[in-house]
Design a protein around this ligand. Structure first.
Ligand code: SAJ
Length: 423
């Protein structure tokens, strides 16, 4: 039995490696030759705890191999990106081109009895679209949309739900929602996930599974937006939002999340738009949450400018060129080195671009600043930054920042978007 994983990124590679670690033959497929070569050497091209060891062992023992062109297999698991694109006046239309390309790529090697699973987070209807693309390419085979339970090919949507930084554990422990196009499709997909999933596998329809995944991330987005909105309201009313949330959360049925500088990552800031773009008139709260969270970085920047203004009026002998601003944290969330889709990075870039003085950056999880993104900025240690900064902006609640001595912060104008110092 061979399992083919299409797309060897943050989801595909860990999934391929974990299945291979259960001594199944796994062939990973990716259009990126560099990724394929790296994996075949037993190494990895992405950062995720424990993944390197598992990939190394799986490749060395011969259970995992990577290639750029699909080969026949028993099951195909599609884990390619689903970003959004601008189209016809709408800035957030789901871009299914990667899913369609992956479907077209596997169509020629499909055989009767194969199972095709879409894992990519997808707008409702995407699994049906995969089925359509496959059916168009292979008129010699039958598919669930036309032949139901008797079809040659089984198709299901089983959305990934793992948290970056905890992928290996969550892949195994999380429950899985399995949405087959028919019951037989669900059963076949369940059998595959049972190879490595210790959580429960719960079956439903493909459309419900698609919506379930979008719902999970929209739920989190709406709840973070609530916290972010509170932080803006409290700032106006001169109330400490961190204390306020702590107190409110003492109520047995209240559990407010933490405000921050905005929502980053590749999922929560994207997936709710898939609901909004399908049902724009109905998804009012989900859209408002996106807007609140997307507006938060600019609010933080405004606060920084305000602080610079205050510093200059308190120190009239200084000019704007002499103000030193230190930004703490660039990653999209704590204790990772992932700078992609990071509000902290975006905020720091804007501050640096408009600051005629010095911009210092503290990011303990990277060794050098990303190339070409932060011209003129200097990566320094927390101690060095605090020694010379006039304005300090906390953007990510990395662990080492939490143990900074409050005395070191004295005398700085502080904007603490995470509440670790201002709490
Ligand atoms: N954030 C806050 N306040 C909070 C919690 C998070 O501002 O109280 C921010 C984070 O700093 C970050 C963003 O939200 O910028 C997203 O971080 P996250 O840790 O909430 O989520 P992701 O994007 O790393 O992973 C999410 C997870 N989804 C849910 O928790 C519902 C994960 O389980 C999904 O598999 C993943 O999206 C995905 O791939 O869809």
């Amino acid at each position: 039995n061979t399992i083919s994983v299409i797309g060897l990124g943050y989801i595909g590679l860990p999934t391929a490696a974990v299945i291979a670690s259960r001594r199944k033959k796994v062939v990973g497929v990716d259009v990126n030759q560099h990724a394929v070569d790296t994996i075949n050497k037993g190494e990895i091209h992405i950062v995720e705890p424990e993944l390197d060891m598992i990939v190394h062992a799986a490749v060395k023992e011969g259970h995992l191999r990577a290639t750029t062109s699909p080969e026949p297999a028993d099951a195909f698991l599609i884990a390619v990106p689903t970003p959004f694109k601008a189209e016809g006046g709408n800035d957030h239309v789901p871009d299914l081109s990667y899913i369609e390309a992956a479907s077209k790529a596997i169509a020629p090697v499909l055989n009767k009895g194969n199972l095709v699973i879409l894992e990519s987070t997808s707008p409702v209807g995407a699994t049906e679209r995969v089925a359509e693309v496959l059916a168009e390419a292979r008129p010699d085979l039958t598919f669930p949309q036309s032949h139901g339970e008797d079809s040659d090919i089984r198709i299901a949507h089983c959305p990934e739900r793992v948290l970056p930084g905890h992928v290996i554990r969550e892949l195994v422990e999380n429950d899985r929602v399995i949405g087959g196009m028919t019951e037989r499709c669900s059963k076949a997909a369940t059998a595959l996930y049972k190879i490595f999933v210790e959580g429960e596998c719960i079956t439903t329809t493909a459309r419900t599974a698609e919506m379930a995944k979008l719902t999970e991330n929209s739920f989190r987005d709406v709840n973070i937006a609530f916290a972010n909105e509170l932080s803006i309201i409290c700032d106006k009313l001169d109330i400490n939002v961190w204390e306020l949330i702590r107190l409110s959360n003492r109520h047995p049925r209240v559990n407010i999340l933490q405000p921050g500088p905005g929502v980053g990552g590749h999922c929560i800031a994207v997936d709710p738009w898939f609901i909004v773009s399908e049902t724009p008139d109905e998804a009012r709260l989900i859209r408002a949450a996106r807007e609140v969270n997307d507006g938060k970085p600019q609010w933080v920047i405004d606060k920084v400018n305000e602080a610079v203004g205050k510093f200059l009026s308190a120190n009239p002998e200084k000019t704007a060129k002499e103000v030193s601003i230190a930004c703490f944290g660039l990653a999209f969330k704590p204790d990772i080195d992932d700078l992609r889709e990071s509000p902290a990075l975006a905020i720091t870039q804007k501050i640096a671009a408009s600051n005629p003085g010095q911009t210092l950056i503290v990011e303990p999880n990277i060794e050098a600043l990303p190339a070409g993104k932060l011209e003129g900025c200097t990566l320094v240690t927390a101690d060095d930054a605090l020694e010379s900064a006039d304005v300090v902006v906390l953007l990510v609640d990395h662990k080492p920042f939490k143990s900074i001595d409050p005395q070191q912060l004295e005398g700085c104008y502080l904007i603490d978007s995470r509440g670790i110092w201002a709490a």
